[in-house]
Write a protein that binds this ligand. Structure first.
Ligand SMILES: [Zn+2]
Length: 447
């Protein structure tokens, strides 16, 4: 290679990097970049296999069934996604998801309720909704005037007609005090990504993208979930909101499938590089990029030379989910469970948390997650998980008890009031990761 060609190649490489537009849209993790190292990805994959082998199947008895729900999902109705219903349903099935609650960005071209994805598709329940004004909205009837309403009036309108409303992106909306919310996000994948500066820097480096592509292909879930950190700010905010009024905590996948890069052979023999939304970024001289993107002998126009998809739907939907305890897999069933707080959030990518159970037991029997229970003596927290883990009992934002094992039994102090919830953590490779976050029981002061 001549010095001149080398310089041109370097300039092209920098050009690819600067136009990929990846920096504003990706993943996070305090050390996501460290976690994307080949040896570590393999260790995490091995740890997941061990957990899968050790995992117990825990049958659930009683009138309520457990359904896994993904909230905050975008499809081709949103400007920043190209996902079809068939692709999202297939991903949901692969991820063990029973219901997808869509949150499209509204436009004048469609009504996000009437024209949204709805009903059972291949066994997966689809529920239409929108992400607007910092809220996740799931109305039962169209709200065509939504853009002219204040956030508080929008919440009121949706809730009065039996719909659900959740606060979204808490990291941007710390000052909000809205009445009548169903709840709030307690984890948002996109928010988890935002402060990962080292990863953003790496994403602008095309050589790093080329290097990381085979690792992502070998371990797509471990690579995606490298972004997971404890959502400290979200949990603190949720605990604060819960001290005032019950807020059902849900996880937000913020799934778009819009982070990646694809290079194809063009009709004229050049190489066409597009982003994950298939928007053309740059067209390159094949000879110029031969070393980086070799064109196979006999390749025809349209042949894919390179693909890196960092956020396929299957990985983003599996990463985290909200498990609800409902009477049936229907919009009414899911809505009733979310209204009541009968739900827990789980990072199921580590191991499916299906079968996790947590109840507050007293002389009156068993109270489900989300229940309002009068304070007083004789109340016991009883919980189980499909794998032994590290348990934390959190009351009013403070850890009040810790234990290890597959079960938890804890006598609640008679004086305890306010929200009481549990977390389960698992050791995965060299890290202790948050696995399950239950919704709280609400201990009412006596009298
Ligand atoms: Zn979103």
């Amino acid at each position: 290679m001549t010095k001149r060609t080398g310089r041109r190649l370097a300039a092209t490489v920098i050009a690819i990097g600067s136009v990929t537009g990846l920096s504003g849209r990706l993943l996070h993790g305090a050390d996501a970049l460290d976690r994307l190292e080949a040896g570590r990805l393999a260790r995490v994959a091995a740890a997941r296999a061990d957990l899968a082998a050790a995992r117990q199947t825990l049958p659930r008895t009683g009138a309520l069934s457990e359904y896994r729900v993904n909230l905050h999902v975008h499809s081709l109705l949103s400007h920043d996604s190209r996902g079809s219903v068939a692709e999202i349903v297939a991903a949901a099935r692969a991820a063990g998801t029973d219901a997808v609650l869509f949150t499209e960005h509204p436009t004048a071209e469609y009504d996000f309720v009437a024209d949204g994805h709805a009903g059972l598709h291949d066994g997966v329940l689809l529920v239409p909704g929108a992400e607007t004004q910092g809220l996740l909205l799931f109305p039962r009837v169209p709200v065509p005037e939504h853009a002219s309403l204040s956030p508080q009036d929008l919440v009121r309108r949706v809730r009065q007609r039996g719909g659900l409303a959740f606060l979204s992106h808490l990291e941007e909306r710390l000052d909000w005090q809205l009445d009548g919310l169903t709840g709030c996000e307690i984890y948002n994948t996109h928010a988890d990504a935002k402060d990962e500066q080292r990863l953003f820097a790496a994403l602008k480096n095309p050589l790093w993208l080329l290097q990381v592509a085979p690792l992502v292909k070998a371990h797509p879930q471990e690579a995606f979930s490298a972004l997971q950190d404890e959502p400290t700010l979200y949990l603190r905010r949720w605990d604060e909101l819960g001290a005032v009024a019950a807020h059902t905590g849900v996880s937000a996948n913020d799934a778009h499938r819009n982070i990646g890069l694809v290079a194809r052979l063009a009709d004229d023999g050049r190489v066409r590089v597009c982003d994950a939304l298939d928007e053309e970024l740059v067209v390159l001289d094949a000879a110029l990029v031969r070393g980086l993107l070799p064109v196979p002998e006999g390749a025809r126009p349209g042949a894919e030379l390179f693909r890196l998809q960092l956020d396929p739907y299957e990985c983003s939907l599996r990463h985290v989910g909200t498990h609800v305890l409902a009477e049936e897999l229907s919009r009414d069933g899911i809505f009733a469970a979310l209204e009541a707080g009968r739900a827990f959030v789980a990072f199921d990518w580590i191991a499916p948390a299906t079968g996790f159970d947590c109840a507050l037991v007293d002389a009156n029997g068993r109270h489900e997650l989300g229940s309002q229970v009068p304070a007083g003596p004789g109340r016991r927290l009883e919980a189980r998980a499909p794998l032994p883990g590290h348990w934390r009992v959190v009351q009013g934002g403070a850890v009040v008890h810790e234990a290890d094992g597959a079960r938890l039994g804890w006598d609640v102090p008679a004086t305890a009031t306010g929200p009481l919830r549990v977390e389960v953590w698992l050791d995965v490779a060299d890290e202790r990761l948050l696995w399950v976050i239950s919704n709280p029981f609400h201990l009412r002061p006596a009298g």
